[in-house]
Write a protein that binds this ligand. Structure first.
Ligand code: NAP
Length: 247
């Protein structure tokens, strides 16, 4: 693992990231950091498609900006780390534009909050990649495999959710595959994607981004499970939020 030089600026930055990563799970769980979109959306706001494209496109700009010094002549490791983050956010822009079928608005505040966090995360990983991990060891290759599994799995679950909207825009109980075990398998694959990115980057900053994502998505999946149980009286018992049989 690559640790930063412990300057005052870095102590403040990493301390802030650690506090945010530790607190976001409980805050989301208790409804204090609820991002207002999808099942927990406000009654008014901007089009979710527009909001999602904005919040996934801004990190692409942040990533490219942070990578400018090495982008014209990257090492293989720099190229793979950069490409992994770029592919993740570009995929989300394309899915937001062409795959998801949103049934209502997203709040402007939520759009700005998520855009800010994603941009910080993308900038940080791209910036730290100026001094990349020095060898393509076994963990690096495991990172590539996890990243690919995460991207493909996440897309497949999004496709399954979009297929629920073929006939109507109502919410339905997702069925089949991993949905038989958890209500948010797409979140599980997002975590696998970022675990892959961490193993490619190997910087402490990337680990803190991963920790934040695990905490946030776990808490949101618990809220989502509670939402399903309340909305559908015949909701199958035994389904979990994000980790099959566990949480
Ligand atoms: N890194 C992070 O911290 C983070 C956080 C959140 C999301 N994400 C990423 O964004 C992706 C999408 O997350 P999300 O929170 O937007 O997922 P979501 O709330 O499950 O929504 C995904 C899409 O599926 C639709 N949908 C969800 N449940 C449905 C149901 N029961 N019946 C019919 N349609 C349904 C939603 O429609 P509606 O819009 O109408 O609800 C939306 O179009 C995740 O998989 C992940 O890759 C990342």
């Amino acid at each position: 693992m690559i640790f930063p030089e412990w300057t005052t600026g870095n102590i403040i930055l990493y301390g802030f990231l650690a506090v945010v990563a530790i607190s976001v799970g409980p805050l989301e769980y208790f409804g204090q950091a609820m991002m207002a979109y999808s099942k927990f959306r406000p009654s008014s706001g901007i089009s979710t498609r527009t909001g999602m494209v904005i919040l996934y496109a801004t990190p692409l700009i942040a990533l490219v900006t942070s990578a400018l010094p090495y982008l014209s002549n990257p090492t293989t490791i720099q190229l793979i780390v950069f490409a992994s983050v770029f592919i993740h956010f570009a995929k989300r822009v394309l899915e937001s534009l062409f795959l998801h079928k949103y049934s209502g608005p997203i709040s402007v505040f939520t759009t700005l909050m998520i855009a800010s966090f994603y941009s910080l995360a993308a900038f940080l990983v791209g910036y730290l990649n100026r001094e990349p991990f020095q060898s393509m060891d076994a963990w690096f290759y495991i990172g590539i495999v996890l990243f690919v599994i995460g991207i493909i799995g996440n897309f497949n679950q999004h496709k399954a959710l979009a297929n629920l909207r073929k006939d109507s825009m109502e919410y339905k109980i997702p069925r089949g595959g991993l949905f038989e075990y958890v209500v948010c398998p797409h979140y599980l694959f997002e975590i696998i994607t970022w675990l892959g990115i961490f193993l490619l980057s190997r910087h402490l900053g990337a680990l803190l981004v991963l920790a934040f994502i695990i905490a946030y998505l776990s808490a949101r999946s618990i809220r989502t499970l509670a939402w399903y149980r309340e909305k559908f009286k015949d909701f199958p018992t035994g389904r979990k939020g994000i980790f099959p049989f566990v949480l």
